[in-house]
Design a protein around this ligand. Sequence first.
Ligand SMILES: O=C(O)CNC(=O)[C@H](CS)NC(=O)CCC(=O)C(=O)O
Length: 275
Amino acid sequence: MRQASKVIAIQMCSGVEPSVNFQYLVEQLQQLNLQQPALVCLPEAWLAFCHTSQDSVTLSATNTYWIEKLKLLCREYGIWLAAGTIALPYDNDRYVAASLLFNDVGDIVAQYNKMHLFDVEVDDNTQGYRESTHCAAGTAIEVVDSPFGKIGLSVCYDIRFPGLYQAMVDQGAQLLLIPSAFTTVTGAAHWRPLLQARAIEAQCYVIAAAQVGTHENGRKTFGHSLILSPWGTVIADAKDTCGAIQGDIDLAELMQIRTKMPVQAHNRFKSEFYE
Ligand SMILES: O=C(O)CNC(=O)[C@H](CS)NC(=O)CCC(=O)C(=O)O
């Protein structure tokens, strides 16, 4: 059995300028003084929380520059890094919201593109959200092995679609990453119960690094980055301040929870019960 390892979520109030947001990440890593193995998780749109989605398309053409710098950071600090989302090119007027996972020598070991896009009216003094205007939806789930356990990648609005998480658990997921930029209105009502439900029903650790506060682009986000145990317990909550929270992953505890309450084996909505 693998020993306990550290997971970290960095809560951010990203502005529009990548170099400023990147510098914030570097300062956080300098302060953290991490022991290995450690997995550092960043929020959705951490590198650039743009004024318009057209700006995200424009930036997507140059973001490989930052990806190369992230590889070096992983090597320098000996960390695994789940880099929230970064806009990467899709076609002339669309990007994909790519969630990249780097290992501790700076290799990209997984890329998940956000599947569920936030085309939603929210009573928060905005005109509503139309993410699909300039973002192309991902089409594939991503579960990947790591020293921390099997990691399933997802992003923000994905949290509302439990079928995605069931599919990742079917592929062996033990940790669910949910980098986010939740609205304050939906966050206050839904964020924590949704995350707890996914942790409990999937019997997985959940690491949800979030954006917080009033951003340079005028948006407001809910914060409360959370680390949850597979029992649904809140291990750490970043509340409404920027900075890092930490938790320990114990796969022996996860196995014990799954052995005592084998909900995956009991699930009547799996095809083997119909055939
Ligand atoms: O657009 C960017 O630059 C970064 N991306 C976001 O902020 C995304 C799309 S608008 N936000 C969400 O998915 C919020 C979901 C949410 O709040 C809910 O499900 O209630």
